[in-house]
Design a protein around this ligand. Structure first.
Ligand SMILES: [Zn+2]
Ligand SMILES: [Zn+2]
Length: 316
């Protein structure tokens, strides 16, 4: 019996040797520790009031608590239309599209949510869009043939979750927590609106206060994930913006956005997760359309219509 067992072991070792040679030839996809990805989009702060102000007075948590745990990109760009719906769609589809900003026009191309749900054959509860702005329910769908009304994620956009009107961020935050608890999605996009709406109201003090409040939500979200048995150590959090705002002295300054000025294009992007470096600051430019393929790589699905490229400085 002993001899037989030894022979069996030798056979096992030699066959595993064959498998390893074979797999070297096939170059298998790297598997990542990330099992869930959450994208938090803080709507419309200008870079000069976030990481561009090196006192970090309006983003104390992002700068002091979160950035040391991840990779901060200080020249993250919206190189398309710098409006809310186009900016968010660039993030989710990986294509710059000039989409009507009132919620009546769907992105042409399918999103990370649709590709993910289709390829993994997951139910719609595995991917969520929770947005303060009702009009962002367009992110759940696509016009492209074969994708319209297909493989759509769940969404709760606006105060009643039906795609109408704007919600207070606190209400959105409560919906986020509820969905994370109940559905345990593997992919989620969150939109918080207050920075943008205070900006459009030309209310400088409250615009700055709103940046602080969203900084607090970002921190609470990361704390929640790290203290949650299901999400800790296997969840990537990406925090960024849909667009900036005009530079001072250009058109209406911080009150508006939507053109190609440096204030509208430049943003930050902070990414934390088990597969990323920690405490790195990257000043080379990368852009919104790059996020979709980066998320697809992390989560091991394909995103063939994305025009972005994988953000390699993130990875260990
Ligand atoms: Zn916006
Ligand atoms: Zn501008």
């Amino acid at each position: 019996m002993k001899l037989l067992a030894l022979l069996g072991l030798i056979t096992l070792l030699s066959s595993s040797g064959v498998i390893s040679t074979d797999s070297e030839i096939r170059l298998p996809e790297k598997t990542y520790l990330t099992k869930n990805v959450i994208v938090l989009v803080i709507d419309g702060p200008r870079y000069s009031e976030t990481f561009g102000d090196t006192s970090y007075q309006y983003i104390p948590h992002l700068a002091n608590d979160l950035a040391p745990q991840g990779v901060l990109f200080t020249n993250f760009r919206n190189n398309g239309k710098t409006n809310t719906n186009s900016g968010h769609a660039a993030i989710t589809t990986g294509v710059y599209q000039n989409i009507k900003n009132n919620g009546t026009e769907l992105p042409k191309y399918p999103s990370i949510f649709q590709y993910f749900l289709k390829e993994k054959k997951y139910p719609k509860e595995k991917a969520w869009i929770v947005a303060s702005k009702g009009k962002l329910n367009i992110l759940a769908n696509a016009r492209k043939k074969g994708w319209f009304n297909s493989f759509m994620p769940s969404d709760y956009c606006g105060p009643n979750g039906n795609g109408n009107e704007y919600s207070a961020d606190e209400r959105t935050w409560n919906v986020v927590l509820e969905k994370l608890e109940v559905d345990k999605p593997s992919m989620m996009l969150i939109n918080l609106l207050e920075v943008d709406t205070r900006g459009h109201s030309n209310d400088w003090p409250n615009y700055l206060e709103a940046i602080k409040r969203t900084d607090d939500y970002a921190f609470r979200l990361w704390e929640y994930l790290q203290n949650n048995e299901y999400y800790k150590d296997n969840t990537t959090l990406i925090i960024t913006n849909d667009h900036g705002r005009h530079l001072d002295g250009h058109k209406d300054g911080f009150k508006e956005h939507g053109d190609g000025c440096e204030g509208c294009r430049r943003m930050y992007m902070l990414a934390m997760g088990p597969d990323f470096k920690e405490g790195q600051v990257v000043s080379e430019a990368c852009e919104q359309i790059d996020l979709s393929v980066t998320i697809a790589k992390l989560m091991n699905f394909s995103m063939p219509t994305s025009k972005g490229k994988v953000i390699t400085p993130l990875f260990d």
